[in-house]
Design a protein around this ligand. Structure first.
Ligand code: UDP
Ligand code: MG
Length: 139
């Protein structure tokens, strides 16, 4: 159901530093069910399309370069109130402002290299999940 999924990526620095398993454990402990998962590397063009809404912002070039710098782990997650609850679990964009116990507090290196993505609305969760996964890959 539309309101019950969110989309996340473990970002390149967190994958490279071996944090994927610990992040997935936190996600599952928080009650999210894994619907889909894959490890892949985005091209800079594909990263640019994913982050198109930010294309006017000063960090856009850096963001697409960073998000295509190494493999990411993409996931679709299911839970009641998935989008909002997942934003609470990951914490603020800037890890220096992220609450204790959040994924970004534990694993983010900086405001740019902040360990994980989280959808910001039910509509974007559907779009982002569809960007990475076909119906045959979602269970
Ligand atoms: N970002 C950045 N500098 C900023 C704001 C954002 O590098 O000043 C990056 C960061 O990786 C962030 C992503 O751009 O996760 C998308 O920004 P958004 O404001 O949507 O933050 P999020 O929804 O990821 O918390
Ligand atoms: Mg966002």
């Amino acid at each position: 159901m539309a309101g019950n999924i969110t989309f996340t990526m473990v970002k390149p620095e967190a994958v490279a530093n071996g944090h994927t398993g610990a992040i997935l454990a936190k996600i599952q402990e928080a009650g999210f069910r894994l619907v889909a998962l894959k490890k892949m590397k985005l091209s800079e063009e594909r990263a640019g399309i994913f982050y198109e809404v930010h294309n006017e912002r000063p960090f856009y070039g850096e963001l697409t370069e960073y998000m295509s710098s190494g493999p990411i782990v993409a996931m679709v997650l299911e839970k009641d109130n998935a989008v909002a609850d997942f934003r609470v679990l990951i914490g603020a964009t800037d890890p220096s402002e992220a609450a204790e116990g959040t994924i970004r507090k534990a694993f983010a290196e900086s405001k740019a290299k902040n360990a994980v993505h989280g959808s910001d609305s039910d509509e974007n969760a559907q779009i982002e999940a569809g960007f990475f996964f076909s119906d045959l890959e979602r269970f």
